[in-house]
Design a binder for this molecule. Structure first.
Ligand code: FRU
Length: 510
């Protein structure tokens, strides 16, 4: 194909127009991608209950997360309801969390959904309570059998091997209740002089402890000790016993929470005889989950060790805890400050990014507008000057259909001497309405048909002034002006000089 020089420029110029826009586009994409790359790790935490033990653990998990900007913890609480917890775990599965930390409310009902999470590729970390299946990634928790056994021996020894002991069990089917009961029963089997009344099993709340004790008191008031599978059960039983006027009973529990109203304080005040620390260890739990998510080495079974709290160590433990909570409070304050600081930096960064984007868009638009303007000016010049220089008529323009402008130039050329030639007739010659012609020329050249006609007449006039010795008046009529003085005025407006000045020396009396 034979390409004219202009058409090859046209290809080049199309590329030139696209290049800065493409660059702008790439730049904007890069800016947005660098700001909003979504690589957050989400860890779902499915808690079976809501109580001070869980609050403490959730807080520790959150503190563990402080150092990881890219990790988000999402908590759910099943309020001791198996079905609710299954639903919540299903939600985490559908959300495709990166890991699931779960304390299964009861072992058997929760196993299926835990297996489902594993099958869908989500690492599952069970803690505190175990499901009945072995299909999970890792476990972290205390040895509940050992806790039951230790407390059983401790209580039996403190009773001198005789008397009545009430055991109030935790939620039936939950692994800590099963294991604590097993350990406790084994220990008590070696003390046949002690009569054990075992009851409870509703759940782990104080109310459940009260309900169980109420039932026991229907049978007997002759009770020396009560072992609650947790401190709250023991406290619920105590409330009922006191209401019945029984003051000499000694109470034992499990959990030993260090916060106000928790087991350690109850021991220190002599309300509980002893309790066993049931470790929350949220920091370690978070770390275990992170090791798994990040593909680092980890242990599948992580047993937590702790100890009995009684009147000999309760005070000391409380003091240590108070010290630790001061440090932890400071960590919280520092984290809050850092969060505010980063938020402010983020806002500033976003404002700057927006500003740069707007600037780039404006630049892009300006470049495009300027190019458009230049294109119009070029067409305008070509249309008007090529009327004068017919040789260049066969030069096509890159951005417009050749035939239209060629035809228009010819029409102008043919009628340039005709003073009566107007837009109406121009339209007729071009085979379109006045309005259509006006719109088309305006969009191609930026000028109206009248302006183009005048510019063509003036350019031709200038050419004649320069190349002939005809008088200015003659030339004015020849290029379609009805009055030489009007020709001179338009000429001056267009070329910033009078026709006489062009002639240089010829006196101009128009
Ligand atoms: C907290 C709790 C503790 C108990 C543990 C058993 O939700 O009820 O009091 O020791 O769960 O899983």
């Amino acid at each position: 194909m034979n390409m004219s020089p202009l058409s090859s420029v046209a290809i080049g110029s199309t590329g030139g127009k696209a290049a800065p826009l493409m660059l702008l586009h790439l730049l904007l994409c890069a800016v947005f991608m660098s700001c909003y790359s979504d690589e957050t790790i989400t860890i779902g935490v499915s808690q079976c209950s809501e109580d001070i033990w869980r609050y403490k653990q959730n807080h520790e998990l959150q503190v563990g997360c402080y150092a990881h900007n890219d990790v988000k913890l999402e908590f759910a609480c099943a309020e001791d309801d198996d079905l609710k917890q299954i639903e919540q775990i299903n939600y985490f599965i559908s959300k495709k969390v990166d890991a699931l930390i779960v304390a299964p409310n009861s072992a058997v009902p929760l196993s299926e959904v835990i297996e489902k999470a594993c099958d869908s590729g989500i690492p599952v970390i069970c803690f505190d309570r175990k499901p009945s299946t072995d299909k999970y990634t890792a476990f972290m928790g205390a040895d509940n059998y050992e806790i039951g056994r230790t407390m059983g021996n401790l209580i039996a020894n403190s009773m001198g091997g005789e008397g009545t002991l009430v055991e109030i069990r935790g939620l039936k089917g939950s692994s800590p209740a099963t294991d604590r009961h097993r350990g406790f029963s084994e220990a008590l089997a070696r003390h046949p002089g002690i009569r054990v009344i075992s009851c409870g099993e509703d759940n782990w709340t104080e109310a459940s402890g009260s309900k169980a004790m109420e039932a026991v008191l229907q049978q007997t008031y002759d009770i020396q000790c009560v072992f609650g599978h947790n401190d709250r059960l023991a406290m619920g039983a105590r409330q009922v016993a006191l209401a019945h006027g029984l003051t000499g009973i000694r109470y034992f529990g499990v959990d030993a929470l260090p916060s106000s109203g928790g087991g350690i304080e109850l021991v220190q005040k002599g309300i509980l005889e002893a309790t066993y620390i049931y470790p929350t260890h949220g920091l370690e739990l978070f770390q275990l989950a992170m090791n798994i998510v990040k593909g680092r080495e980890y242990k599948r079974v992580n047993m937590l060790h702790s100890a009995v709290v009684d009147s000999t160590n309760a005070e000391l433990l409380l003091m240590q805890y108070q010290e630790l909570s001061r440090v932890s409070d400071n960590v919280d304050v520092l984290h809050g400050m850092l969060a505010t600081y980063f938020e402010r930096i983020n806002t500033q960064r976003n404002v700057i990014i927006c500003f740069i984007c707007v600037l780039l868009i404006i630049m892009g638009l300006s470049i495009q507008a300027y190019r458009l303007y230049l294109a119009k000016v070029r067409v305008y010049e070509e249309v008007t000057s090529e009327v004068v220089v017919p040789l260049s008529l066969d030069t096509p323009h890159p951005d417009v259909p050749d035939s239209f402008l060629d035809r228009f130039r010819n029409v102008l050329r043919e009628h340039i001497q005709d003073a009566d030639f107007n837009v109406e007739r121009m339209g007729e010659e071009m085979g379109m309405s006045r309005v259509q012609l006006y719109r088309k020329l305006k969009s191609l050249t930026g000028a109206t048909p009248v302006e183009l006609l005048r510019k063509a007449r003036l350019s031709r006039g200038k050419q004649l002034l320069e190349s002939t010795d005809r008088s200015i008046s003659e030339i004015a009529y020849e290029v379609g002006f009805t009055s030489p003085s009007y020709f001179a005025k338009c000429f001056k407006d267009e070329f910033m000089m009078t026709p006489g000045e062009v002639r240089q020396g010829e006196s101009c009396n128009v």
